[in-house]
Design a protein around this ligand. Structure first.
Ligand code: TYD
Ligand code: MG
Length: 462
């Protein structure tokens, strides 16, 4: 009797599995996202690394007391790129699987080739490319000055063959570029389909765990839905990194959105140059460069990205509405939160935006998700409506509440010290942060302006 083929329905948006088809996904509530997949039991049989996996599996069945688990050999590789190490939580962990995704052309292959080059200085690296030929890869490597005999390139898309190569040569790091081009024999659908992506990833994860080899997998973002996006893989891998930024702007932000081995709120900032991605060690200086003075609507905010304070310019343009409803637009800041802050200004400060078009923009492609950015947004809007420029050397942070009060934010001392280091002379901050700053030694060169409400702050600054 032929082996029984199992059928499942997987949501292309969140990856949840359903035994039966339905119009709406029970996991994320999206409509028409379920896709039928067949799980073939034969798929994993004819593969020599499978024996390695099963031997490891038998060892894993015995439970171990937690105080006897040995973590002294938890090993992290230095990737040779400080910003990437920071995002990973200190380097690549042995046996971990990292998913790197981002828009096409953002620099995924570039950074991975650079990392491979760095690690291949004293370890073996296998770079599997399914997208480019070995020649194309060599051209890129030349540009990046990567030329090590320990970096092996394999142009292959058959996952079983790749697994055999890995289990045979046991490299110290494997890069798979990209999962959408891989296919597993015995799985009845084309490369890039949700079934293939799922099965190939599962196979690679088993291999990584059993042989303790870290694998970095590239996954493409797809909004269409018919080609599998990396969403489904996010549940399976240990770490998910997103490369953000636009192609016109040369700055790129690397963000961890899931990390089993570190924090998820660290970011790494890079710049794409002629010979690859270079680290930007001082992102605030980069984000604030090119700022013109004496223009209304521009203010500077300070937000925490992980353990690092980042300064960014918030711009707003407030103009009379031509006709009809006023337009409101926000880039880099939550649209609904902007509307909330506009309502606070109307109700608590008597500034009316109802017949004005309001556009808000955060310079440099950064997203201000922390509520500490509220005060800078408020000042950008007020400066815009009053058409009165703010001083160049003033920075704002604080959360704004619905009654117009300015609320405390964490790590005020760190923010103030960094502002002083960057040359700011004045800092407007919540009164309730006073306690946090009392115990710290703040240089005299920065004046601290404590405020309780938005109205008080506006009176003090303008
Ligand atoms: P790539 O790494 O191929 O993107 P992805 O793998 O995410 O699709 O990046 C390609 C872009 O980067 C391409 O537009 C050219 C640019 N680039 C540089 O500007 N400098 C370089 O040194 C390299 C290698 C690429
Ligand atoms: Mg690529």
């Amino acid at each position: 009797m032929p082996p029984k083929v199992k059928t499942l329905f997987v949501c292309t948006s969140c990856g949840m599995e359903h035994p039966k088809w339905s119009g709406k996904c029970m996991g994320c509530g999206e409509w028409n996202t379920l896709e039928e997949i067949t799980v073939s039991p034969a798929a994993t049989k004819n593969f020599s690394a499978a024996s390695a996996i099963s031997s490891v599996r038998s060892n894993l069945t015995a439970p171990t007391p937690i105080n006897e688990i040995d973590i002294t050999n938890e090993h992290r590789f230095d990737t040779g790129i400080g910003e990437l190490n920071r995002v990973l939580g200190g380097g690549i962990v042995k046996g971990s699987v990292v998913l790197l995704s981002g828009d096409p052309g953002i620099g995924k292959s570039t950074i991975l080739l650079q990392v491979s080059g760095n690690i291949a200085e004293n370890r073996n690296v296998l770079y599997v490319t399914g997208e480019e030929s070995a020649n194309q890869l060599k051209l890129r490597a030349k540009r990046l000055r990567v030329n090590s005999e320990k970096l092996l390139v394999l142009s292959q898309t058959d996952v079983l063959a790749i697994c055999d190569t890995i289990s045979g040569s046991k490299p110290d790091l494997v890069v798979i570029d990209s999962i959408q081009t891989m296919n597993l024999e015995g799985v009845n659908s084309s490369s890039g389909s949700i079934t293939q992506v799922r099965e190939c990833t599962a196979m690679l994860i088993h291999l990584a765990k059993s042989l303790e080899i870290p694998i970095i997998i590239v996954g493409h973002i797809n909004k269409g839905g018919d080609i599998a996006g990396p969403k489904i893989m996010e549940h399976m891998v240990d770490t998910v990194l997103y490369f953000e930024g636009d192609r016109i702007n040369s700055y790129r932000i690397l963000r961890a959105i899931k990390n089993r081995f570190g924090s998820t709120n660290e970011i790494g900032v890079f710049e794409m140059l002629e010979n690859g991605l270079t680290e930007v060690e001082n992102p605030s200086a980069m984000l604030l460069s090119g700022r013109t003075s004496g223009i209304s609507g521009s203010s500077v905010s300070c937000i925490m990205e992980g353990s690092r304070p980042i300064f960014a310019e918030v711009q707003s343009l407030v103009t009379p509405t031509g006709f009809g409803n006023p337009r409101r637009m926000s880039t880099g800041f939550d649209y609904n939160r902007m509307n909330l802050l506009l309502a606070v200004l109307e109700k608590r400060c008597g500034m009316f935006f109802s017949n004005l078009d309001t556009y808000l923009n955060v310079v440099g492609g950064l997203r201000l998700d922390e509520t500490a950015a509220d005060l800078a947004v408020i000042f950008s809007l007020v400066s815009g409506i009053k058409d009165a420029p703010l001083d160049d050397d003033i920075v704002f942070f604080g959360e704004v509440g619905l009654s117009g009060e300015i609320r405390s934010v964490p790590r005020a001392t760190l923010r103030v010290l960094e502002a002083e280091r960057l040359g700011f002379k004045k800092c407007v901050l919540p009164r309730s942060c006073y306690k946090q700053l009392m115990s710290a030694t703040i240089p005299d060169s920065i004046e601290l302006i404590y405020v309780r409400t938005v109205r008080e702050a506006i009176d003090l600054v303008f």
